[in-house]
Design a protein around this ligand. Structure first.
Ligand code: PLP
Length: 460
């Protein structure tokens, strides 16, 4: 028979206790954390949906790899294992290991960036944007129009708007463009996938204008799942074949392996051009580590080599994507405004729509993140004007285009009953939504302010 329940395709070998708390206790914890979910103690969290980054459960195979890790400073066997897997997948000649994604970003965008340069992306992830802007360059997001229509079921809402891309290339001029970056899936844009057709069009434009195309491939396996099941012509290809085809269109790739390589720490930069690779390799050695470990332990590289293969396993990917959409679809049916269709690694709730009484300068997303923690001990993150808001010259907030709250699902960590608990919490969120107020920021940093900002609750 064909079962309709998609079970977790693994058994649990080792467990980690969750400490339960009362709502009154959480009220005190939240106050202590200045209403910023990043400042909470993880022991006070019941379901941690803050991020899917570095939070995966490793397999028995990966843990065995941890023991086998070769900690030699140079030429480690574990490095060669990682290098081979990354080379096979990306088809790129120069592989630089880094301790995580942003280290690779700082190296490549620091090298390509600087004053007067422009970077263009479907949506720059927060660390990507920060590294580009820190170099003095400008980062422009040009997702397709459908990406901001949360109720549209367009299958590839992560795509780049190619007409706008042509326009930006014309107005900024090709030689001033540091790179075009395709983020798969589009993390800050609802975890939506990018099609191979769109990637091909962008790649052709870049080639024509001699512009570097970089794939931010954190979730390339999840993106491949969507291509296989949504894009005509790819039904019979394997997920790895689809991913390889995507890499073949790019000149470089940046990966935070804390996502689709199923490890707790790791990343890499992959390049085809020797000149760029040599320059980046120098930067790597200055700040990350020697070229055969780049800030990673041998054991981390060993686990990464194994995880980057496991992630393409068809039963894993089916479970991964379908369990995320199970949560999202349930919330949608209950009347919670969520970004549709449901993305690969997370469910995004439209807080602006949920809390119409809270104006954007009082951060409706932050309010929902706080409510989820209070009501259920569920930790999430605001992806809206706290994360991406800016100030104009008079100090007035320039809000982000959307006010979302992301429920990022760690890989292979939570079971269906955890997810049912989250759904129940949302029933309460819906019941009490009209009595929720906004927040004001009382302390913040100049870059990536969401990590450390302190808030105060507004009472009317
Ligand atoms: C996580 C992430 C990064 C940054 O990686 P870190 O490992 O957190 O430094 C870059 N781009 C995207 C799309 C990401 O999701």
């Amino acid at each position: 028979m064909k079962h309709k329940t998609i079970i977790e395709p693994f058994k649990i070998k080792s467990i980690e206790p969750i400490s339960l708390s009362t709502e009154a206790e959480r009220e005190a914890y939240l106050k202590e954390a200045h209403y910023n979910t990043f400042l909470l103690n993880s022991e006070h969290v019941i379901i941690d949906f803050l991020t899917d980054s570095g939070t995966s459960a490793m397999s028995a195979e990966q843990w065995a790899g941890i023991m086998k890790g070769d900690e030699s400073y140079a030429g480690s066997r574990s490095w060669f294992a990682m290098k081979k897997v990354v080379e096979d997948l990306t088809g790129m000649e120069y592989i630089l290991p880094t301790h995580q994604g942003r280290a690779a970003e700082r190296i490549i965008y620091g090298y390509l960036g600087g004053k007067g340069k422009t970077f263009i992306s479907n949506t720059h992830f927060d660390t990507t944007r920060a590294n580009i802007e820190f170099s003095g360059a400008e980062a422009i997001d040009i997702p397709i129009a459908e990406s901001s229509n949360f109720s549209s079921n367009y299958p590839f809402k992560g795509n780049i708007d190619t007409e706008k891309l042509k326009e930006v290339i014309n107005t900024r001029e090709a030689e001033n463009i540091g790179a075009v970056i395709i983020t798969v899936t589009n993390n800050s844009g609802g975890g939506q996938p990018v099609s191979l057709k769109n990637t091909k069009e962008v790649s052709e434009l870049c080639k024509h204008h001699n512009i570097l195309l970089v794939l931010d491939c954190c979730r390339v396996a999840e993106n491949a799942y969507f291509i296989k099941h949504r894009e005509p012509g790819f039904e019979h290809k394997t997920y790895e074949q689809i991913a390889r085809e995507m890499f073949s269109l790019a000149d470089g790739a940046v990966m935070s392996s804390k996502k689709d390589a199923l490890v707790n720490m790791g990343g890499f930069l992959a390049l085809r051009d020797k000149k760029i690779a040599d320059a980046c390799s120098n930067l790597l050695i200055i700040t990350e580590g020697f070229a055969t470990y780049g800030g990673l332990s041998g054991r981390d590289m060993e686990a990464l080599a194994i995880g980057l293969k496991e992630v393409f396993e068809p039963h894993y990917l089916e479970y991964r994507i379908k369990s995320t959409s199970y949560l999202g679809e349930k919330l949608h049916e209950m009347g919670v405004p969520v970004v549709m269709p449901i993305g690969g690694h997370a469910v995004y709730v439209d807080a602006k729509k949920l809390y119409p009484q809270i104006p954007v300068h009082q951060y409706p997303g932050q309010a929902l993140a706080c409510e989820l923690y209070l009501k259920g001990g569920i930790r999430t993150v605001e992806i809206g004007s706290v994360m991406f808001g800016k100030y104009d010259k008079t100090g007035k907030l320039i809000p982000a285009p959307m006010e979302l709250v992301r429920l990022a699902i760690p890989r292979r960590v939570y079971t269906q009953s955890h997810i049912e608990y989250v759904i129940e919490t949302f029933e309460e969120i819906l019941k009490t939504k009209s009595s929720v107020y906004g927040y004001k920021i009382i302390e913040e940093a100049a870059f990536l302010r969401h990590f450390t900002a302190k808030f105060e609750q507004l009472l009317n």
